[in-house]
Ligand binder design. Structure first.
Ligand SMILES: [Zn+2]
Length: 198
């Protein structure tokens, strides 16, 4: 796949937009595409090879605000990511202690309110999820990255996993229960999604 993609590039050019360098690839395509690389935060454009430099400049100028905003978001996210990866053993131990304490308290609180019973939890480094719940054994897992999110979002994840003890799947009943036990859960879910899980 990569090969055919490369083949279709007619030529490449860098355009300077304010203090930004935009990498432009001219291809045999019909439309202009703009993207921000999620790893490097580079601005990349794929343009029809017949398109003039002026048209591309105009296109970029009109989207300058969006480009800046999106780039800042990517940079911020990657920064958080890196800070997390650069943790030494001592720092990680502190984060685990903090999370362990907070999660334990939330579990005690919500087990009473929700009348459920979990069977212990593990704090792990997870790549794709904030938490998980084994509905058979009632064991819970929480992502170490939760140490970086606001406490109310951590609370959301704990209640979310405990709700799975009442409803295994993410159906309407599940979301109703969540909202019942943690009013405003939708907003918290959105807030949590602003953070990366790893
Ligand atoms: Zn879930």
């Amino acid at each position: 796949m990569q090969k055919t993609k490369e083949k279709s590039i007619v030529r490449k050019e860098d355009i300077v937009l304010g203090n930004l360098v935009v990498h432009v690839q001219y291809k045999k395509i019909k439309n202009l595409y703009l993207k921000i690389d999620v790893n490097t935060s580079e601005v990349k454009v794929s343009a029809p090879y017949t398109m003039s430099r002026e048209r591309i400049n105009e296109f970029l100028d009109n989207r300058r605000e969006w480009i800046e905003k999106t780039r800042q978001k990517v940079i911020k996210k990657n920064k958080k990511h890196n800070q997390f990866q650069e943790l030494d053993a001592e720092q990680e131990k502190k984060l685990r202690e903090y999370l362990n304490f907070e999660i334990k308290n939330y579990i005690i609180k919500y087990e009473k309110i929700m009348r459920v019973k979990s069977e212990g939890f593990t704090i792990r480094k997870m790549k794709t999820r904030w938490g998980s719940c084994n509905v058979r054994t009632h064991h819970l897992n929480f992502n170490l990255a939760l140490a970086r999110v606001p406490r109310e979002c951590l609370e959301y994840v704990v209640v979310h996993e405990l709700t799975h003890l009442l409803e295994a799947s993410h159906n309407a009943n599940f979301w109703n229960l969540m909202e019942y036990y943690l009013p405003g859960s939708k907003r918290l879910r959105k807030k949590l999604n602003e953070y990366s899980v790893f």
